[in-house]
Ligand binder design. Structure first.
Ligand code: ZN
Length: 321
């Protein structure tokens, strides 16, 4: 028996309910709040359970409402972290400490007053201009804060608390990697190499993958890109894939496991190729024009975290049919 908001449920009810919820979870794992009224009606009711299920329905709806409300706070927390990620994006490639000094204007070096350090709102209050020198502030700052907030929100509603924290840290790292790669065409070893180790440790202890799988996934992930990069270099006589991409892919292998590798390789190369063709045809760039590949790899990895299992099973069902 357990109590939930002054209603008690018997053990048999709990067993049936957990069976029902796990059935729901299989198809709608990524959207907790989708478990709604008519879905519960599909569940065959056995007599006296009906009243309790009615009560549970309401409690579940209340609970989901609460979860969305708490989610708003989580979103705000995410934007605060996003503000810190902006600092990392600017300072890591320039080798400035990420702790000191506090935020400053890159143009006039004046410190940003605390009231303008509030994520997103700070940018709006300043009308997108530095208070001292009037230099335009890139719209990228509030954008990074916003997407970090979204990442926190979706991690919170999609995963158990521990997994949510882990995936949020993972996505935050990828946001930093993405924007540094866009600016400088590098992926700092400072982020990818510890990622391989920490990702591997989490993979083993939290996600329960075997040591062998983690090693194989790390080597396969990095290896695929190393071979592609080297072959391209031999044929085209210039660097196609950077060493940073190889290490990033090894990081994904260690953290997300073997199954994620074909998914990330396919999705990132497909989206990268589409953008490449678009740039050549529409913007008239030539084939020697280099686009950083880190953002595509990171985007594919985030897609895998949230929808990977679902997309893979959908794709396999198409093949089997
Ligand atoms: Zn300034």
């Amino acid at each position: 028996m357990f109590y939930f908001k002054d209603i008690f449920f018997t053990k048999s009810f709990c067993v049936e309910l957990s069976m029902f919820l796990s059935k729901q979870k299989q198809c709608k794992k990524f959207m907790f709040f989708r478990v709604k009224k008519q879905k519960i009606n599909d569940f065959s009711l056995s007599g006296e359970l009906k009243d309790k299920i009615d009560l549970f329905k309401q409690t579940l709806i209340d609970f989901n409402m609460m979860k969305v409300l708490v989610g708003l706070f989580v979103f705000f927390f995410g934007t605060v972290i996003g503000s810190f990620l902006n600092v990392c994006i600017y300072r890591i490639p320039r080798k400035i400490s990420i702790v000191f000094p506090s935020s400053f204007c890159p143009n006039c070096n004046n410190p940003v007053p605390p009231q303008y350090n509030i994520p997103i709102f700070g940018y709006i209050m300043l009308f997108g201009k530095c208070k001292f020198c009037g230099e335009k502030i890139s719209v990228r700052y509030p954008f990074v804060e916003f997407i970090t907030g979204l990442a926190a929100f979706f991690c919170f509603i999609s995963f158990s608390p521990l997994s949510a924290v882990i995936y949020f840290c993972f996505i935050s790292t990828l946001i930093v990697i993405t924007f540094i790669d866009i600016d400088f065409q590098i992926i700092p070893d400072l982020l990818s190499l510890p990622g391989i180790v920490i990702g591997g440790v989490i993979s083993y202890f939290v996600f329960g993958r075997s040591f062998l799988e983690i090693v194989v996934a790390t080597v396969t992930g990095g290896g695929i890109f190393y071979v592609i990069g080297k072959s391209y270099e031999l044929i085209a006589k210039r660097e196609g894939l950077g060493g940073g991409d190889v290490k990033l892919m090894a990081f994904f292998g260690a953290f997300l496991g073997l199954k994620s590798i074909p998914f990330i390789v396919l999705v990132s190369s497909l989206s990268g190729t589409i953008l490449g063709i678009y740039l050549m045809l529409v913007k008239g760039k030539d084939t020697k024009f280099a686009i950083p590949f880190g953002p595509f790899l990171s985007g594919a990895a985030v897609l895998y975290v949230f929808l990977g299992e679902w997309i893979i099973s959908w794709y396999l069902s198409l093949l089997i049919r």
